[in-house]
Design a protein around this ligand. Structure first.
Ligand code: CA
Length: 239
């Protein structure tokens, strides 16, 4: 059984700090993806949605502010939480960064423990993953370790595919995924699967979830999204 680890995209040009970040994240069961500049990070973000970005402030080709601005302009990346890594002398950047849309910042040098605490705090604002891999979203609870799902304390039975789909949607909230993206990201490519199988799987999942099914929204002509605010979330611009 594979438990999906939260993916943290790290953009840091100093090799020593990158290494420290890598091992600190691995030790806490995160999956770090490390780049030393923004260009490969942009490429990565075209096809991937990490749970969080750790962003160094001074990078070779672009400042952290410019990078955040670019991410906030795109529907695919604007919801990804960002924690800035700043040097002590860059106090003013912290304020600018938070204004631009960073969720938090951490000052170098930092302790790995402080870093992990900040990451978990920011992640909890989106989805609530407890240290023992429990996600609690109101009436919907998901135990990722046991693959056990309850709605209003009642255990619901999900097929392995439904569970995979639910886990993916819950851990990637507030973003519309097309049927094709869901096929690729949840099941990987299989010849026998097509976009209709996604609809069928969503239907099955919704039926199983009962009252919690409102968290999964159909976005007309676009796909599906998991919305933590239920029906009161943001309206996607695509139609
Ligand atoms: Ca730097």
């Amino acid at each position: 059984m594979v438990i999906m680890k939260p993916v943290i995209l790290v953009i840091e040009d100093e090799a020593a700090i990158r290494t420290l970040l890598k091992f600190s994240l691995l030790a806490e069961h995160f999956e770090p993806i490390l780049y030393e500049d923004v260009k490969p990070a942009f490429e990565y973000l075209k096809t991937n949605s990490p749970q969080l970005i750790l962003l160094d402030w001074m990078l070779p080709s672009m400042s952290g502010i410019e990078f955040i601005q670019k991410l906030k302009q795109q529907a695919k990346t604007k919801h990804i939480p960002i924690i800035m890594l700043t040097a002590k002398a860059e106090e003013i950047n912290k304020i600018k960064g938070l204004e631009t849309g960073a969720d938090d910042y951490i000052t170098k040098p930092f302790s790995p423990r402080e870093l992990i605490t900040r990451i978990k705090t920011v992640l909890r604002r989106g989805i609530l993953i407890s240290p023992d891999n429990l996600i609690i979203l109101g009436e919907l609870n998901i135990d990722l370790n046991k693959q056990r799902v309850t709605v209003k304390q009642q255990v619901i039975t999900l097929t392995p595919n439904s569970f995979k789909l639910l886990k993916f949607l819950v851990t990637h909230p507030h973003r519309v995924y097309s049927r094709e993206e869901l096929l690729n990201q949840v099941w990987g490519y299989h010849k026998e699967n097509n976009e209709r199988s996604v609809d069928a799987e969503i239907k099955r999942l919704r039926k199983a979830l009962g009252s919690a099914s409102k968290l999964i929204q159909t976005v007309r002509n676009s796909g599906y999204q998991f919305n933590l605010q239920g029906t009161f979330g943001e309206h996607p611009t695509a139609s």
